[in-house]
Design a protein around this ligand. Structure first.
Ligand code: KIV
Ligand code: ZN
Length: 556
C-alpha cells in the first residue's frame, strides 16, 4: 500500500479485559459444529447451487457428521423455499440432524419462514440484524442504538408469536447481532439481553447467541477478548449457547475461531474449505483436523477428504487452492531435498519401531488418516535430494536400490526434471527407471541362456548363452561359482570382459507383477568408471544375469 494511503486507516480498538483468562486455556473437546455451506457459502457463489446440488451437498454434510445444518434463507427465494420443502416432504433430514433457517427480523419474512418449516421435527430459527457503529451510521442512515435494538426486539417478538404455529416442530431460537466484530461490546450485550428477555431461555431450553465476525477487522486475540467479555457479562450464561461465526478477511478466521473457543464459546459455524463471502467463512475442516492432530475427537469425519473435495468442487464450482491446509494438492508434497530425506527417515523409523505416536518431520498428520496417499509426498524436481528418488522407487514401485546406486539414478532423474523444466511425478520416475536402468539390451542382448548345475566340479555351475553384440550373434560358455560368475567368465572367454564385478544385490519386487525378482549388479570398468545395472525377471538367477548385461550396456 502506498504510504500516503495509510492515513486512511486507524488501529482497531482493544478490549478492556486485563484479567482475560483465555490465553491460559486449551482446547480439549469439540464444540457443536454448524455448517453454513448451504446458506452463507451458497449465497457467495457466482453460480449458486441448484436444488439438486444442494441436496447432494446436504447429504455430504450429513455423512461428515454435522448435526446442525443451516439450509438457507427460505423466505428470500423460491428455490430456497422449495429446497426446504423437499428436505421435509421427502423425509431427507435424519432424526439426529437439526436444520437451521436464517431470516431477517421482518414480519412477512419470518411468516414465510415458518411456512417453509412446517412438518420438520426440529428446526433452529435464526434471526439477525446488523448492530455495528459503521452499519448504524452508513447502512441505516445514522440510526440510534435504540432503533437498532428495537429491530431485534420486534423480530424476536414475531418469532415468539409464530412458534405455536408449528406445534409438531421443536423450535430452537438463535439470534445474531450481525457485525458483532465491530459493535461496541456493551451495545452487542444490550441487543442480546433484549432478545433473551423475550425468548426467555432456560438451562433446559437454551437459545443460541451467535456472535459473528461478519467482517474480520482485528487480530484474533481481540476476537477472543470480545468472546470472553460476552461470556462473562451475559446475564444467564447457562441458558445460552455461545456460537462463533468467523470470516477470513485478514486471513486469520481459523485462529480467531480457535482463540474464541479458548475464550469460552460452545459452538462453531463455518463451511467446508472456507467457502463464503469475500475471503470466505471459517474452514471447519481445518479447525476439526487441527483438533484431531492434537489427539482430540472432533465428531466430524474427514477421513475421505478427496471425495469431499470432489463433491465440493463440482457442486460449488469453486476450487480448493493447492496450499489449502490438509486438502490442497501440494500440502503433503516435499520439494526440498532435506525435507524429503527427513520425511523418509521419519517414515522408515515409524515402520521399524511400529511407533504408536505420529512423529514425522514436516508432516503434522499422517496423510493416510484423511484419505491422502504417500504417493504424492515426494515429487522430484532438479532441487530434490538423492533420497527422494530412492524413496519413490521404494515406496511406489517396490525397488530397494543399493545406497551407492542412489546418486546414479538420482542424477539422471534430476537432469531430466531440469530438461523438462518441471517436477516429475512418481509414475514418471518409475517409467524412466524401468526404461533406462532395467533389463537394458542396447549393445549386448542375449536370446538364450542355459545353466547346468551338474558340472563335474563341485559347487560350480556352467552356463551357455546365445548373445548378440551389435550385429554379431554368438554362443558364449563359462563356468563359475554361481550363474553370474559363470556368465562373467563366459564373457571373458569371448573377449567381452573389460570390467570387474564389484557388487551384487537382489530382492523380490514389492507389489510388482507376480513374483518378479530384482537384481542389481555393479561393475567397475577397466577405465575406472563404476556403474550399476538392474535386472528384473521371475527367476532370481536370470534377474542377476540381466542386471549384469544392463550394467555392461550402461558402461558403453
Ligand atoms: O457473517 C454474518 O454475520 C452472517 C450472519 C447472518 C450470521 O452470516
Ligand atoms: Zn457470515
Amino acid at each position: 500500500m502506498k504510504t500516503d494511503s495509510i492515513s486512511k486507516y486507524r488501529p482497531f480498538p482493544v478490549v478492556d479485559l486485563p484479567d482475560r483468562t483465555w490465553p491460559d486455556r486449551i482446547i480439549d473437546s469439540a464444540p457443536i459444529w454448524a455448517s453454513v455451506d448451504l446458506r452463507d457459502g451458497n449465497q457467495a457463489l457466482p453460480i449458486p447451487m441448484s436444488v439438486e446440488e444442494k441436496l447432494e451437498m446436504f447429504d455430504l454434510l450429513v455423512q461428515v457428521g454435522f448435526k446442525e445444518i443451516e439450509i438457507g434463507f427460505p423466505s428470500a427465494s423460491d428455490t430456497e423455499f422449495a429446497f426446504m420443502r423437499r428436505l421435509i416432504e421427502e423425509d431427507r433430514i435424519p432424526e439426529d440432524v437439526t436444520v437451521q433457517v436464517l431470516v431477517q427480523t421482518r414480519r412477512h419474512l419470518i411468516e414465510r419462514t415458518f411456512e417453509a418449516i412446517q412438518g420438520a421435527s426440529r428446526v433452529i430459527v435464526h434471526i439477525y440484524n446488523s448492530t455495528s457503529t459503521l452499519q448504524r451510521r452508513v447502512t441505516f442512515g445514522d440510526a440510534s442504538r435504540e432503533d437498532i435494538r428495537d429491530i431485534a426486539v420486534e423480530g424476536a417478538k414475531v418469532v415468539k408469536e409464530l412458534v405455536p404455529s408449528v406445534p409438531e416442530t421443536e423450535i430452537v431460537l438463535q439470534y445474531s447481532p450481525e457485525s458483532f466484530s465491530d459493535t461496541e461490546l456493551d451495545f452487542a450485550l444490550e441487543c442480546c439481553e433484549a432478545v433473551m428477555e423475550i425468548w426467555e431461555p432456560t438451562p433446559e431450553k437454551k437459545m443460541i447467541l451467535n456472535l459473528p465476525a461478519t467482517v474480520e477487522w482485528s487480530t484474533p486475540n481481540v476476537h477472543a477478548d470480545q468472546i470472553e467479555w460476552m461470556c462473562r457479562h451475559i446475564s444467564q450464561r447457562d441458558a445460552v449457547i455461545i456460537s462463533l461465526h468467523t470470516h477470513n478477511d485478514r486471513g486469520t478466521g481459523v485462529a480467531a475461531t480457535e482463540l474464541g473457543l479458548m475464550a469460552g464459546a460452545d459452538r462453531v459455524e463455518g463451511t467446508l474449505f472456507g467457502n463464503g463471502e469475500r475471503t470466505g467463512n471459517l474452514d471447519i475442516i481445518i479447525v476439526a483436523l487441527n483438533m484431531n492432530s492434537h489427539g482430540i475427537e472432533s465428531g466430524l469425519d474427514f477421513s475421505n477428504l478427496s471425495h469431499l473435495r470432489e463433491v465440493y468442487e463440482r457442486t460449488t464450482r469453486m476450487t480448493v487452492p493447492d496450499r489449502q491446509p490438509y486438502a490442497g494438492e501440494l500440502v503433503f508434497t516435499a520439494f526440498s531435498g532435506s525435507h524429503q530425506d527427513a520425511i523418509k527417515k521419519g517414515l522408515d523409523r515409524r515402520k521399524r519401531e511400529e511407533a504408536e505416536l505420529w512423529g514425522v518431520p514436516y508432516l503434522t498428520i499422517d496423510p493416510h488418516d484423511i484419505g491422502r496417499s504417500y504417493e504424492a509426498i515426494v515429487r522430484i524436481n532438479s532441487q530434490s535430494g538423492k533420497g527422494g528418488v530412492a524413496y519413490i522407487l521404494d515406496q511406489e514401485h517396490g525397488f530397494d536400490l543399493p545406497k551407492t546406486m542412489h546418486p546414479q539414478v538420482g542424477k539422471r532423474i534430476y537432469d531430466l526434471a531440469d530438461e523438462r523444466g518441471k517436477e516429475l511425478s512418481a509414475e514418471e520416475v518409475g517409467a524412466v527407471f524401468l526404461e533406462e536402468f532395467v533389463n537394458v539390451s542396447r549393445g549386448m542382448k542375449f536370446s538364450d541362456y542355459e545353466l547346468d548345475h551338474d558340472t563335474a566340479n563341485r559347487g560350480e555351475v556352467a552356463c551357455e548363452a546365445e548373445i548378440e553384440v551389435g550385429r554379431a550373434s554368438m554362443t558364449v560358455k563359462g563356468v563359475g561359482n554361481g550363474p553370474i560368475n559363470a556368465f562373467v567368465n563366459a564373457l571373458e572367454t569371448s573377449g567381452f570382459k573389460d570390467f570387474t564385478l564389484t557388487d551384487y544385490r537382489s530382492h523380490a519386487v514389492r507389489g510388482g507383477s507376480s513374483s518378479d525378482a530384482a537384481a542389481y549388479v555393479q561393475l567397475r570398468h577397466d577405465d575406472g568408471r563404476i556403474l550399476w545395472g538392474v535386472g528384473v525377471d521371475p527367476s532370481i538367477e536370470m534377474a542377476g544375469v540381466k542386471a549384469l548385461v544392463s550394467a555392461w550396456n550402461l558402461l558403453r
